[in-house]
Write a protein that binds this ligand. Sequence first.
Ligand code: ADP
Ligand code: MG
Length: 814
Amino acid sequence: MANSRFPAAADRGVLQKCLSNSASSPFGRLKRSASSKEEASVPGRVRVAVRLRPRNAEELKADLDFADCVELEPELHRLKLRKNNWDYETFQFDEVLTEHASQKRVYEVVGKPVVESVLQGYNGTIMAYGQTGTGKTYTLGRLDEEDDSNRGIMIRAVEDLLSGISLKDDCVTVSYLQLYMETVQDLLAPEKENIPIVDDPKMRDVLIPGASVVEIRDHKSFSELLKSGEANRAVANTKLNAESSRSHAILVINVRRLVSEAQEKSSPSDQGFLVPTIRRSKLVIVDLAGSERIDKSGVGGSSLDEAKSINLSLTALGKCINAIAEGNSHVPIRDSKLTRLLRDSFGGTARTSLVITIGPSPLHRGETSSTIMFGQRAMKVENMVRLKEEFDYKSLCRRLEREIDKLLVENERHTKAMIGAEDLQRTYEEMAANQNVKHQKELKELSSRLHAVNVDREKLQLQLRDSQIEVQLEKEKLGEEINRRLELEAENKDLNDKVLQLQNEVNEMQRELEQMRSGYQCKADKSHPVQKMTQNSNGQNRSKSTIVKLFEQVGLQNLLALLKSPDEDVQLQALRVIANLAADEAHQVKIMEGGGLSLLLDILRKPKNDSVCGIVAGAIANLAMRELNQVRLVEEGVIELLVIIAHKAQDPQTLRMVAGALANLCGNGEIQEKLRSEGGIKVLLKMGESQYLDVQAQVARALANIAKCESKRALQEYDARSLLIEEEALPWIVEKAKDCAEVVHRHIEMALVHLAQNECNAEVLVNSGAFTELVRISHECMKEDVRSLAYRVVCASPVLQAEFLRFSSTSPGE
Ligand code: ADP
Ligand code: MG
């Protein structure tokens, strides 16, 4: 005896897990075929429950005291079949349901495990087997709209299926058939009377292609469907004159479920290749015809053949179950339409629950026993429960088409974007190239500018270096200059000291000179005025030697430089030294060559005082002694300057020096005309009015020099009257000839003698009274050479001779 039971809820969970694991295991996936996949099979024995119907009214009424033919031990899953009053036969079932078992409990135990299995994708079968009237239809097909608790397995199963699926993705369809005398009738479309069944060897199943298939969306519509099916069954049975208990009612519920992709994804990388999977499962609920023997059931009007035909299917089912239970190699499935329809339920891949229904009455003990034995054999049937899945290529195809459309759209967009991007890229490249060229150009310009700047910078650096060198040189030069200047200043100081010393000596000399002058005021002096000024005493000689020494030590250039000294004293002393040196011919040359004349004339042009003028005039007078200097002096404008000084000067010393200078110049015949034209003779005559004899003597010497030159020319056929006559100097000469100091007189005598040598002057000399003086000179002059010369002159001139004769005749005693 089999000793197993229906799985409890916990066991069912384990089973589900086991099934799920096998379904999703990589091994399971590898085993899938191209279009469908079959999970590894799990052994699933046919579960069998026994249900005892409570005594019905008839039985209660017939024998209130009869003992039931069965005794149930539900907790032990055992059933005892009474052999007699003292003997029982005990059978073990998966579930033993007493007469008190509720419809709900029966569903929970018999139906629900199969329904859940169907929801998971396994085929399932729920079947009721038993004698007519034991409650098969009650157990399976009862509707009872008034009391929900009485509802049977069919309606409860559909209810659970509908709540277990997704109405959006999944689908539940129903076909309701009746099998009677090997004829399949459609209870949902009674006009379909002989529907063929077709074997599907690939799926090892049968198909009923002609049967109506109605989709169920809610349990209410199913309830209506079932009701109409029952009604149709009754009509059909009446038409066929058949008892409903002799036919098999077969409810085929097909469940199509789309496996949730989320549940299926094993790894993210799988996503792109995932093919939607469909699980198709089938729940077959079969309300079998009564299992009682026909003869015993008391059916009338039916032939034996008919009876055989009625029970053919049931008999075949029994044979098949026996064969499977006993492990026979041949199972006569094809013997009947029922066994063909149920080929998957026994020995197939379906999870099968069988409920055998029995009545309590000992009257039917034989039938009950036969039912029990059927159940016992069915318990030995081992099915290989297997999940059937198939890929939903249609939906995959639809999805892929959608994907392709999406990709095409995206591709088009991308292609367009690519073209745009390429255009952009091209534009960018062109721009970049242009920019590059521009940058290169700019770079080139910049580098050439930079080069130019560098060149300029180098130039500037060189210039700077040169400038620095120049500055350095300038600094050095400046330093030298400063040193030189310091040296000069030192020399200057030295010179100043020496000049001061000289000054003292000169002052002393002047004092001595003044003393001498006061002693010789009116005496004639035959020496040169300037020479006289420097030679008149021992002191003067001493002074001269000092000056010469100084000149030799200091040097002419240094002395000339002192003429420009801002210090008036220094300038004055230097002038005195130069004036003294100018008396010497050798020094004259050096002074003239060293630029001394210009310096002296500069001083004379802006004289600071009379004494300065006097000394400068003295120096000029000395320079004018030398014939070679005279023309140069005149060219430098000396005459004009002397004339100006002569007009201004009061100082006798200055007047004497001016007159002396002019007198020296008058000795040069080449410049006499210039002397006259620049007013030199006139100014001499003006100075001649001076009270000082020294001045008068110089004027007289000047006039004598002129006359002397003219007389020389007269000897070379000079036939013009004298300048002295032209300039009206004759009256002053005649006057001084009559009475004056010897220092003047001797020059006057010379002038008259020389004037007389020119015949052109003779008449004027006679008329002016000069002749008389001339005669006197020829008689009385102390100097014999002058006296004899006068005599010869008078004798030589016809005019003077004639006058002399007349004079002699008119002067008695001569
Ligand atoms: P069968 O379909 O096996 O011929 P039925 O289901 O038609 O039997 O049942 C026969 C009668 O017994 C019916 O009136 C039914 O209501 C009643 N019956 C069957 N089983 C039970 C039960 N468990 N409790 C109450 N009444 C039952
Ligand atoms: Mg029935």
